[in-house]
Design a protein around this ligand. Structure first.
Ligand code: LLP
Length: 433
């Protein structure tokens, strides 16, 4: 595991936020998502301080698709950062806790008319356009509301980031964005420039997620600034904003790099310095830089606690441990064959020399949490922790098989509290007719 002051082996027991994991289980039960507030705050601060120090004018916009609930917008706001949203629901949640709407970027390849209207009425800072008809529709909405909306356009710089296929977003055949190489990006820029009620302040790109190869970010910056230069020379456009998305890779298991928050800040430092050099060399106005990290802010902050149920040993083939959660609280193995570190929270000092596959309780063979994990001998009733589940777990959870989505508990300095309450069976049938 990527140990730190707030997540550590405390004499053989896993401790998070100053509390032994097994004490959290006594208080809240399992399955349980636990989020480490200190870690989240540290990442927000380190990222925004680094952006300010290395670049100057800019904003970290936390990609809230990674983990969205009221409390995360409160924390982001307290830390002075903005947010990236991708649906009316995320905007609504942020708005419900008075998140400053001007610090929100709204993305999506198919935002509905209702969502666009809601975003404009709510005063969202930037809407990131991803199609011609969306530009038409938004222009009309803004006209009706007498608002001039700041917009960006999603550009596909055509960078191949080395990550899972479904998480790559800036390859040429992506459903997102307008490719620079085909001339489509240039066409849409000219189109949006002519919209009376839209203020095209800059462009956006996001090359993928869980990227370790920092070269990919450098190439993306180079390509975007080349494009800014071309638009300046050919049309005289000078943009005041550049949004480069998120995508910084974090530690899950095995060979993934283990980093401190300061080391994670290197991603920002590299992007900032590359951009500064590029704008100077290419004679561009220095844009306001927006970065949208999601996973790196909340991913390693989260763990999921489960109770071990049935253990199935298929002689010489495989040992399964079934837990009281599954793909309904963490679908990432089923979707991406994601890897995780799993520990037995009260057996941290025993040697981990048995291989187990941790399976969920759903009625589906593919319902696996983690494959081939090394653990000490595990028995029914033991508590397991799956680490680095803070991003894209709760936010991707479902009620599949009518299982209840686990609650989320936030921990800090030895204190714990619900930030998302447990669901009940009554919740499951609430909207059924
Ligand atoms: N900005 C945009 C426009 C994005 O599409 C994304 C992620 C981010 C920022 C944040 O990227 P991050 O820093 O979190 O890597 N469900 C997948 C991840 C999908 C990411 C989609 N876009 C997973 O579980 O790995």
């Amino acid at each position: 595991m990527n140990e730190r002051v707030t997540l550590k082996n405390n004499n053989g027991h896993l401790e998070i936020g100053g509390i032994n994991a097994s004490n959290l289980v006594k208080k809240y039960g399992t399955p349980l998502y636990v989020m480490d507030q200190t870690y989240i705050e540290d990442m927000c601060k380190t990222f925004s301080d680094t952006l300010k120090k290395e670049y100057g004018d800019g904003m970290i916009a936390y990609a809230s698709k990674a983990f969205s609930c009221k409390e995360i917008y409160r924390i982001a706001n307290n830390m002075g950062i903005g947010a990236d949203t991708v649906s009316g629901g995320e905007i609504y949640t942020a708005k419900s806790v008075n998140f400053p709407m001007e610090k929100i970027c709204f993305h999506g390849n198919n935002k509905t008319t209702a969502e666009l209207k809601f975003a404009v009425e709510s005063g969202v800072g930037y809407i990131v356009l991803d199609s011609y008809t969306e530009a038409d529709e938004l222009d009309l909405i803004c006209k009706q509301l007498s608002i001039k909306q700041k917009v960006l356009i999603r550009i596909n710089p055509g960078v191949e980031a080395h990550t899972h296929h479904f998480i790559q977003t800036a390859k040429i055949d992506s459903k997102f964005g307008f490719a620079i190489s085909t001339g489509e990006a240039e066409e849409i820029v000219n189109y949006v420039k002519n919209k009376q009620n839209l203020d095209l302040v800059g462009l956006h790109c996001h090359i993928g997620s869980q990227i370790f190869e920092t070269k990919s970010f450098v190439i993306a910056v180079n390509k975007m600034t080349d494009f800014y230069k071309k638009l300046k020379l050919d049309y005289g456009y000078e943009f005041s904003v550049l949004n480069l998305g998120g995508g910084f890779g974090i530690y899950y298991a095995g060979d993934d790099a283990k980093k401190s928050s300061k080391e994670y800040a290197e991603y920002i430092k590299l992007i900032a310095n590359t951009l500064k050099e590029d704008v100077e060399r290419k004679g561009l106005k220095k844009p306001f830089l927006i970065l949208e990290p999601g996973r790196s802010i909340v991913g390693e902050a989260g763990i999921t606690l489960y109770t071990v149920g049935r253990i199935k040993k298929i002689k010489n083939i495989k040992n399964y441990i079934a837990v009281d959660g599954g793909m309904f609280d963490n679908p990432r193995f089923a979707l991406y064959q994601a890897k995780y570190t799993v520990v037995a929270v009260d057996k941290m000092n025993l040697s981990a020399n048995e291989k187990y596959t941790v399976a969920g309780k759903c009625c589906e063979s593919g319902d696996i949490i983690a494959e081939d994990c090394l653990l000490p001998n595990v028995e029914e009733g033991d508590i397991l922790a799956v680490l680095s589940t803070g991003a894209y777990n709760y936010s991707m959870s479902s009620n599949y098989n009518r299982n209840l989505i686990p609650p989320v508990v936030m921990v800090k300095n030895g204190e714990s509290r619900y930030v998302v309450k447990p669901q009940t069976y009554e919740d499951l049938i609430r909207n059924d007719i």
